[in-house]
Every structure is written in C-alpha cells, then in structure tokens.
Write a protein that binds this ligand. Structure first.
Ligand code: NAD
Ligand code: DAU
Length: 336
C-alpha cells in the first residue's frame, strides 16, 4: 500500500482528488488531515467516507507534534499539500492566517518529510505566484515569481521553502502551479459558484472593475489527473505548470451562467475593483504535456454546464453553506 498524507482534503480540490484517486487506485491508503476551516466540508467526501483505504484526521498542519505523530503512526511516504487559505479577497481583509497556514504549515510538513525520509512531496501551488500578465504572453516555469496579493505572496514563500528543502536536504519535492479551477464542491466565494448561486437566488452578481480581467480556467478533474501524473512520474526539484488553455474575461463567464439559467443580465452589478487585482493569467503547460503526457480531457463548454448542473442538483450542499458564517463574509465583501 502507498500511504499518502493529503492535507486540506476537505476543501474543493483536495476532496475532488481523494474521491477521484480512491476510485482509480486500490493500493492507495489516504490519510486526510484538515483543519475544517470555513472552507473545509466533510460532506465533500461522502463518496469516500466508508472506503477502508481512507482515514480523516481533524487537525492543523502548523501543529508540529500532531504532524510528526501522523508521519510516524501511518508510515507516511507521500505528501500532497493542498491545505491553504485559498481566497485572494480574504487575504486582503487579513493576511495573518494566510502566512500561518500557507507558509508555516508548509514548513512544518517539509520538516517532517525530511525527518521521516519520505519518497515524494507534492506542493500544490498556483499560477498566481507569477503575478499579472499584459494582453499577451504566458506563464512558464521559468517566469520570475512576482506575487501581488497576500495570498499569492504566501504561496510563493511556500514554494521557495519547498525548493530550498529539496536543494539543501534532498527532500523529494515537486511543485504544481495550476490556473483557476472550477467544478463540484467549490466554495461559493469563488467567481463561478458565487455567480451560479446568486443567479439562482435572483441576487445581484458583483463583477469587479470592468469585468475584463482574464483567468485561464481548468476543470478540477483535469487538475487532479495532472497531480496524479506528477506524483507518479514528476521529477524531484521541478515545477510543472498546469492549465487548459481556456482564457476568458470574467464578464463572459458571468453572462454565460445567466444565459444558461435563463436569468436577466440586469442582475449584473459592476462593483469596486479588488485592490491590486491581477489583470490576466495564462498558463503554458508544454512541460507537463511533453514530459508527463498530460492533456486536458474536458472542454470548458461541456464542463461549465456539468458544473452548473451540479449546483442545481446539490442545493442542500450550498444552502447549508450560505446560511452559515458565509453570510458575514458576504455582506462585508459586497455592499449590494
Ligand atoms: P479550499 O479553500 O477549498 O480548501 C482548502 C482546505 O484546506 C480546506 O478544507 C481547509 O479547511 C484546509 N486548511 C486550511 N488551512 C489549514 C491548516 N492550517 N491545516 C489543515 N487544513 C487547512 O482551497 P482549494 O481551492 O481546494 O485549493 C487547494 C489548494 O490548491 C490550495 O493550496 C490553493 O492554493 C491551490 N490552488 C487552488 C486553485 C483554485 O482555483 N481553487 C488553483 C490553483 C491552486
Ligand atoms: O489562479 C489560481 C487561483 O485562482 C488560485 O490560486 C486561488 O486559490 C483561487 O481562489 C483563484 O483565484 P482568483 O482570485 O483568480 O479567483 P476568484 O474566483 O476569487 O476570482 C476570479 C476572477 O473573478 C477574478 O478576476 C476576480 C473576479 N471576481 C471574483 C469574485 C469572487 C469578480 O469579479 N467578482 C467576484 O465576486
């Protein structure tokens, strides 16, 4: 059996990864540690919760004692570090927890990985560490790091720490830097689920600035397949960019969602821009394609419809969320 510590596995991408991989590999034993912040939700793991190869531990990756205990007890040989504070707007409201979880948490995991001589450490990073692009060009793995938000700065710091552990101590670290994900179980503070849910509730759809900021979208299962290839065949000390060549201005996605749901574009409300808002992201994925044979299997046209349909079919999931703590955040964020 491969004993894999997945951190942050109750969040959006981590839970999709666990549900996907337990279906694909019978020899994987997944130990999921998650602090269950506002973004962590055990309901995301209902397809996996009764799987004998799955264990959940509620805990914080900054807790050195707990992390060492887990490495020892479960004879951890592989780590996939998804755990992070992930939302840019929240990092603008307060950066401290971003530094703690994203930087110190990663450092704790790296120290344990060194001590217990693990075989692979995958750091789940983001294209946001490269900063912002003008109207042309792509992020390559060699693009200098230039993070702009407290969130992306904390992710860049974690990447540098991970690479330093590889160079200094030989910890077998590989980093993935992916573009914007969408799909089931995404917390409704992020653009796509927020717009779907507001439209369904006939609430205003807050579009930042002129709505022309561009993101490069990837379906979460395509990201998960990339992580799997990197875990199995990625080279130590390397970075792999991952994106599905789906650049789109935000307003186009917002209109597409309204259109599909048969709602009026009058629900769109342009609001004050995000401070320091990165203008454009676009990923060059040649390296992971050429070296590891990754390709995206989902087209945006199909997967966005599948995603909207998932939110239509899983009202309970998001109604539970939006009736809780989320309300405070939402009303602080948007004066609509
Ligand atoms: P998410 O916010 O949905 O989930 C994060 C999970 O981490 C939550 O379950 C939360 O409870 C947990 N967590 C947070 N702090 C923790 C701590 N200190 N200890 C243990 N658990 C903790 O985030 P996501 O969108 O699933 O992102 C997962 C990872 O992928 C993050 O590292 C993020 O930076 C990266 N990423 C996200 C995207 C995207 O589009 N969402 C794109 C590229 C990279
Ligand atoms: O690029 C990868 C990153 O993508 C990940 O590292 C982050 O964890 C993830 O949150 C995401 O960051 P973004 O800031 O790009 O995602 P968000 O969904 O917050 O915003 C997407 C775009 O939509 C961005 O240009 C801001 C805009 N936006 C967002 C919200 C929430 C709006 O116009 N209105 C909104 O209400």
């Amino acid at each position: 059996m491969k004993n894999i510590l997945v951190t942050g596995g109750a969040g959006f991408i981590g839970s999709n990864y666990i549900n996907f991989i337990l279906n694909e590999r019978e020899n994987y034993n997944i130990i999921n540690i998650d602090k269950l912040t506002y973004a962590g939700n055990l309901e995301n793991l209902s397809p996996s919760e009764n799987n004998p190869n799955y264990t959940f531990i509620k805990g914080d990756i900054t807790n050195t004692e707990l992390i060492n205990y887990i490495f020892e007890k479960y004879k951890i040989k592989y780590v996939i570090n998804f755990a992070a504070e992930s939302h840019v707007d929240r990092s603008i409201l307060g950066s401290e927890v971003f530094f703690r979880s994203n930087v110190i948490g990663t450092n704790v995991l790296l120290e344990a990985s060194r001590r217990y001589e693990i075989e692979k450490f995958i750091q789940i990073s983001t294209d946001e560490v490269y900063g912002s692009l003008g109207p042309s060009g792509y992020f390559e793995e060699t693009t200098p790091l230039a993070p702009n938000s407290p969130y992306s700065a904390s992710k860049a710091a974690a990447d540098l720490m991970a690479l330093a552990f590889h160079h200094t101590y030989g910890v077998p670290v590989t980093i993935t830097r992916c573009s914007n994900n969408y799909g089931p179980y995404q917390f409704p503070e992020k653009l796509i689920p927020l717009m779907i849910i507001n439209a369904l509730n006939d609430k205003k759809l807050p579009v930042y600035g002129d709505g022309l900021n561009v993101r490069d979208w990837i379906y979460v299962l395509d990201h998960n397949k990339a992580i799997q290839l990197v875990l199995e065949n990625g080279r130590d000390g390397e970075v792999y960019n991952t994106g599905a060549n789906t650049e789109m201005p935000n307003i186009q996605i917002v209109k597409l969602i309204l259109n599909y749901l048969g709602k009026s574009e009058e629900l769109i409300q342009y609001v004050k821009d995000r401070p320091g808002h990165d203008r454009r992201y676009a990923i060059d994925s040649s390296k992971i394609k050429n070296e590891l044979g990754w390709t995206s299997a989902y087209t945006f046209e199909d997967a966005i419809i599948q995603t909207i349909e998932w939110y239509l079919a899983n009202r309970n999931w998001w109604e539970n969320i939006i009736s809780g703590e989320y309300q405070n955040y939402y009303s602080k964020q948007y004066q609509l």
